[in-house]
Design a protein around this ligand. Sequence first.
Ligand code: UDP
Ligand code: MG
Length: 329
Amino acid sequence: MGKILYLVVPCYNEAAILVASWKKLEDKLKRLINQDMIHQSSKIVFVDDGSQDGSWKIIQDICLSSSYCFGVKLSTNRGQQIALLEGIRYSCKNADLVITVDCDLQDDIEVIDEMIQKYQQGNDIVYGVHSCRKKDSIFKRMGAYCFYKILPLLNINLHENHSEYRLMSRAVMEDIVRHGQNWLPIRCFVSTLSYPSAVVSYSRQARQSGKTKYSFWSLMSLAWNIIIGFSVKPVELILILGVILTLGGCLGGGLIGLGFLKIGAEYRSYTLLGCIFLATAGVVVFCLGVVGSYLTKILELVRKSPGSYEVDTTDKDSSRKVKLLNNIL
Ligand code: UDP
Ligand code: MG
């Protein structure tokens, strides 16, 4: 008898595609159960991320007609990361392993078999990595290319072309629930864990219906959260910049003051003033870097803040509303 698998599916305004996705996912789940690869109490957890297009009603109807499905609803739209976190939180109660997959099924669900095989071989994390981005827009492809080139320079190790299609064992789920933070992209958090891991590759399809929920600015915000959440390099760069400016200003001012640099008398006082300004700016930038260094340490403590939102479920017994309050520090 296989292990209990939960497929966690975040949904934000996915009414156009939900039923089709449910049918494909349920069909896949049943096939896996029939092949004895997973336990018969495996489930699909749809997490409605505060949709306004009736997605939750569709999820409720799906859950009424199928014993394989379960619904979780966030009261407001909090973003894919929080939707995933809530899905994992619920899965953690019963599942042995979880696979997170987008509702639009751009990720090939046929590689789930391979993911489970790699899990059975002892891997706690199996990353779904798309081998080609041909179906993505040129803007997205170029952005992703540059982003993944910058990440190693910032000491961030992420699998190139891996998004949120991933298998995780119970141990990983528990770590995410215990230590994951709402604003930190789960893919980065997972990549910092030292569990055995493997990769399966597939080619990503175009969205069948509806449109992407990621605007240019939400992609920028995701990239920014990855950088400030997992790299102290920007603060180190500020410190280095401060030192360079201070040294440059002092050196320039000293050379001019001592007469080693020949500058016309009419420009001498201006250049000297410029050097003093440079050195002063350098000290200020350096001090900002020092403050930033302390902040990065405090950040690690404050990361626990989940914000406040309500969670509802399709399960009648646990349909009480859970209020997660800010627990900053
Ligand atoms: N999503 C979500 N909340 C959001 C934005 C997106 O739950 O605020 C879900 C969305 O419904 C989908 C997945 O996250 O299941 C990925 O979103 P999308 O397909 O728009 O991203 P893309 O594939 O274009 O990067
Ligand atoms: Mg998509």
